[in-house]
Every structure is written in C-alpha cells, then in structure tokens.
Design a protein around this ligand. Sequence first.
Ligand code: NAD
Length: 260
Amino acid sequence: MGKLDGRVVIVTGAARGQGEQEARLFVEEGARVVLADVLDEQGEAVAKELGEQARYVHLDVSSEEGWTAAVAAAKDAFGKVDGLVNNAGILRFNALVDTPLDEFMQVVNVNQVGCFLGIRAVAPAIAEAGGGTIVNTASYTAVTGMAAVGTYAATKHAILGLTRVAALELADSGIRVNAVCPGAIDTAMSNPAQLDPDADASEMSAALDELYRKLVPLGRVGRPREVADLALFLSSGDSSYITGQPFVIDGGWLAGVSIV
Ligand code: NAD
C-alpha cells in the first residue's frame, strides 16, 4: 500500500531538483504523476524512467493556455487530477534598488503568477475528482527577509498569501492547500555546479555543507528528497486535518541565531 495509491498529481518544475524528487517519490507511493517543466529533454527522460505511472508535459507555468493544456493532458492520460505540487521557480540575485523592472516581473511571472494560475487551473479538476491537495513551494524567504534576493522573497511571501486564501476558498470542495518553505537545498538553484558538466558538483555540495554548518543548527544544506518527503506528507492522508499552513524545512535556520 502506497500513501498515494489511486492519486493523480501534477508536479511543476519536475525535470530536476526538488520537483524531480517529488515526482519520483510520489510514483513510489502509488500515484500517477504528470511531470511539467520547460526543460523538455530532461523532463521526458525522468518520465520515461518512471514508466507507465508518469507522463511529461511541456508547461511554462506563467502561461494560461499552457495550464489548460496540461490539465487536459493529465485527464487524458489518467482520467482525473486530484493533486498539484506548484514547485517551479526561479531565483535572481540583485539589490532591490538595482533590480530592473523586467527582471522583477520575470520572477513574479514564474513564481507568483505561475502558482496562482496553477491553483486556478487545477482546483476545478480536483473538486470534480471529489477533493485532494495542493502544495505550493514557498521558501524560508517567505517568512523572513534575505538581502540580495528581494524579488524572489517578495514572490515567496505572496505564495503564502495565495496558500492561505486558497485554503479558505477551497475547503468546501475538499481541497487542502499548504506550503513548503525550504531553507537552502542542494539543487541547481543553490548549487549551480550541478549544471556545469566540467564542474565537480559534489565539491560544491561539500562547500555548501561547510557554509551551512555555521548558519543552521542541523549543520548542513538540505537534500531535495527531504523536501519531497514533506510534500508527500502534505499530499497524503497523513495531513488530513491540516490546511492553509506554511511548513518550514530549513535545518533550524529560522529558529534564531546563536551567540556562542
Ligand atoms: P531547480 O532550479 O533545480 O528547479 C526548478 C525547476 O523549475 C527546473 O526544473 C526549471 O526548469 C523549472 N522551471 C523554471 N521556470 C519554469 C517555468 N516558467 N515553467 C515551468 N517550469 C519552470 O531548483 P529547486 O531547488 O529544485 O527549486 C524548486 C522550488 O524550490 C522552486 O520554487 C524554488 O524557488 C524553491 N526553493 C528552492 C530552494 C533551494 O535552496 N534550492 C530553497 C527554497 C525554495
């Protein structure tokens, strides 16, 4: 018995990183998963590896038409949709006063508009299926500030607002909506060496662990599978009485600072 037997879940940004781990874990737990991303080659490869329980669809989460097509593709492949993980996201580094409007809007369009469109497109299908779950991917920077990533932090704060309002509005349809708030996780977003075939990503992972040894109580960077475990909890019956909440997964980073 898997924790997601019989479920059909769309995971965005599933070609790599946390989304890929979520797709893999959800399939292991019995779900059929639609992996959505703009990285078609990588997404197709992961879906192929996962076999009959998985499909890949091209989806730019900032596109209304894209969402309509993705929901249709999911229903076509698996007959229904009763889960969504809004995971796709991008990060840009800049001081607020140096941030061009184009850059600000690019991040808003993917992180914030993408999450809004996902809820709007998928919630009716989940209601039609008799209820289910939505997990939005916010961030540690949804609950505190962080210099140099102001645009990103603003969109992640907004995702918590969307999560709370969606939870209120969709509870009557049997839909629970929660958010994960990861700290630093060892994916290409925090560890760009993973994207460079000439770089040693494990060396960079070790450097990240060293950096976070000082910053977070648990003394290391997080692993994408650990976030997938939280997304599984929030998508399964184990969290049946939980909705509208942010779940921080950060090795204790937000707990405070140590002066010794
Ligand atoms: P990642 O960069 O490896 O993965 C992001 C995925 O989103 C990629 O597959 C990318 O192609 C996809 N994507 C980007 N723009 C898209 C679009 N317009 N439409 C569809 N897909 C798109 O990084 P990750 O760490 O796996 O990021 C997953 C989520 O976790 C993001 O929302 C990110 O903001 C959030 N997050 C990451 C960290 C971290 O330290 N890695 C911390 C907190 C939150």
